[in-house]
Structure formats: structure tokens, C-alpha cells
Design a protein around this ligand. Structure first.
Ligand code: TXA
Ligand code: MG
Length: 307
């Protein structure tokens, strides 16, 4: 049974997950400003990695409050919104799209979907909603209501039935970072259609063949980061997971060793530890189960083990 628009909005307000029908695929939606809500998205997808997500908003005015639009962004928004185009822009409002949702990047991916039910939910909620495809990790994106329910229904508080998705393919992603326009993810809006509006796109190869989601400059602290530390040295800041008897400065991921809470605190914890300018940041072992895999993946990036 389909949830109503009002039920979906109430679920978003509570920080719960929804199924958001869009013209491309069904999204697994959560409010973008609360890391605890965003952590639920990664958890529900299973085998999670903290890839940066797309923030969905009702219109261009809301989009401009979250990202910084240059002339090309304005032209693309004018030509293709609402519709299956996502723009990667410098972030303007870091609270509206929290660190966890951006994977700590200085950029933000924004999209204004055209689907009337997505529009109704986003307009009623009035704020940004992150929504990756509603499948479990590694499985095809759901394009029918029952597929969305099968994939992630157990984790979702309000599933809105929008019928079959018109397009069935995720949005085209274009980055406008660093003064270059790049076609990051192919979609129904083709490279040629984008080029017709803003001119020739930069060669992706010049980015070193990095695929979106694995892109550059994930937040890494200035201090060196050491992982799986159980006996931290005196001159470090210790990022703990649960009770510790360390006598130096401690930043706690989760007192109760709750992985969802730890995921929600992760980026803030790294920043907080770094702000103390320690000789090094030591991080307690975090179990690999469930969300732990994504937390550890992110920690390894912060420590420089993964590029
Ligand atoms: O059609 C769609 O876009 C669907 C529907 C539900 O709206 N959503 C979707 O979201 O496909 P997701 O999270 O599965 O895809 C996000 C894409 C990934 O390729 C990700 O790497 C890229 O956007 N992305 C997000 N933020 C980025 C950023 N700051 N820089 C570069 N790429 C980014
Ligand atoms: Mg997907």
C-alpha cells in the first residue's frame, strides 16, 4: 500500500527513510541536513560505502541556497530542470547538506526531479532530501514500486507509489567544479545535449579516470591518522568507539558502540580531533559488520590507505 504525501513528509521530518518516486528510478530518501537520517540510507543499502549523495530539491531557488551556481550552471538548470540532470557545484550551505551526505567533499550534487509526486513531497517538506537509488548495494535500481519495496522496504517508514518510472536510468551527472565542465555519469541527457547548451566538455581522462563517487579530496585531517589503536600515545587525540580510559583528549564516536551513531558523528569527529592540532589522531577499532564497513572505508581514506 502506498503512503500518502503527508505521511512521507512526516517521515522525513522525523528523520526516517521514504521511498521517493522520481522520473528516473525510485529513490531511498532521507532529510539531507541530519547525519543520523543519512546514516540510515547507507545502512539500508547494505555493504555500504560513504559515496557522496545527490540532494533533491523542489526548485532552482532551493538549489541555489545549497550550491553555488555559475553562468553555466544557470544555463543548464534553465534548459533541463525539472528533469534528469544532476549538477555538481561548490557547496554553499554545509548544514543543509551535511558532511556525511557529501562524504566530506567541498562540492554538492543537486537535482530538481520532475516527477509530480517527488515535487509534491519536496515542496511540502521544503528542504533538501538525499536519495540514492532504492536498491540494496550491487543490485539493479528499482523502477517499479514493488521492486523498491522488495529491495529496501524493511527499512522504510513511508513508501510512495508513483507507478513505473518513465526513464528507468539514473540522472546525468555534470560537474562544474574547478572551472571545468565534466560529464561524470551518462544518462538520458546526452553529452551532445549538454554541449549544445554550454559548449565543449572537458575530457574526463584529465581527471585520471576517476569514477564519480571515488572522486578526489575526501576530507582528510591535517594530522596523521592511525587506525585500530587500542593503546593511544599521550600526545594524540583519541577517537573512541565506546568507553575508554585514555587520559588525553577523547572524541567519542558512540558511547554505546552504536554504528549508526558513529557514522553520523564520523566527519564531525575527524574535524573536531583535527581542530585540537594533535601530533596524531588515533582511532579505536570499529567492527566491520553492517555500517562498520563504510566507517572503516572512510577512516582508511582519511588515513591515506585508499586514494
Ligand atoms: O536519477 C538519480 O539521480 C537517482 C534518483 C533517485 O534521483 N539518484 C541517484 O543517486 O542515482 P545516487 O546517490 O545513486 O548517485 C549519486 C551520483 C554518484 O555517481 C555520485 O558519485 C555522484 O552522484 N556524486 C554525488 N555527489 C558528488 C560530488 N560531490 N562530486 C562528484 N560526484 C558526485
Ligand atoms: Mg544507484
Amino acid at each position: 500500500m502506498s503512503a500518502t504525501i503527508d505521511q512521507a513528509i512526516a517521515a522525513l521530518e522525523r528523520g526516517d527513510l521514504i521511498h521517493l518516486p522520481t522520473e528516473t528510478v525510485y529513490g531511498l530518501g532521507a532529510r539531507a541536513d541530519r547525519p543520523e537520517a543519512v546514516a540510515k540510507v547507507f545502512e539500508a543499502k547494505g555493504r555500504p560505502r560513504f559515496n557522496p549523495l545527490i540532494v533533491h530539491v523542489a526548485d532552482r531557488t532551493q538549489a541555489e541556497a545549497i550550491g553555488v551556481f555559475d553562468a553555466r550552471a544557470c544555463k543548464l538548470a534553465e534548459a533541463f530542470w525539472p528533469g534528469p540532470l544532476t549538477l555538481v557545484l561548490p557547496v554553499r550551505d554545509r548544514e543543509a547538506m551535511c558532511d556525511l551526505a557529501r562524504a566530506g567533499l567541498e562540492s554538492v550534487a543537486v537535482r530538481v526531479p520532475a516527477h509530480p509526486l517527488a515535487q509534491a513531497i519536496l515542496r511540502g517538506f521544503g528542504k533538501g532530501v538525499v536519495a540514492p537509488s532504492a536498491n540494496r548495494s550491487g543490485r539493479p535500481s528499482p523502477t517499479r514500486f514493488r521492486d523498491a519495496l522488495d529491495e529496501t522496504g524493511a527499512h522504510v517508514a513511508a513508501s510512495v507509489d508513483g507507478g513505473d518510472c518513465d526513464m528507468g536510468l539514473e540522472s546525468t551527472v555534470v560537474s562544474l567544479m574547478d572551472g571545468e565542465a565534466r560529464y561524470l555519469r551518462a544518462g538520458l541527457i546526452t553529452r551532445a545535449e549538454i554541449e549544445a547548451v554550454i559548449g565543449t566538455l572537458a575530457d574526463e581522462a584529465s581527471e585520471g579516470h576517476r569514477s564519480p563517487g571515488r572522486l578526489t579530496r575526501h576530507y582528510a585531517p591535517d594530522a596523521p591518522v592511525m587506525l585500530n589503536v587500542t593503546e593511544p600515545p599521550a600526545d594524540c587525540v583519541y577517537i573512541a568507539f565506546g568507553p575508554t580510559d585514555f587520559s588525553g583528549p577523547v572524541v567519542q564516536l558512540s558511547d554505546s558502540r552504536n554504528l549508526r551513531e558513529a557514522a553520523a558523528h564520523l566527519f564531525a569527529a575527524l574535524r573536531e580531533a583535527d581542530a585540537l592540532t594533535p601530533a596524531c589522531i588515533c582511532v579505536a577499532p570499529v567492527p566491520e559488520a553492517g555500517l562498520g564497513e563504510a566507517i572503516n572505508d572512510r577512516l582508511k581514506r582519511a588515513a591515506g590507505f585508499i586514494g
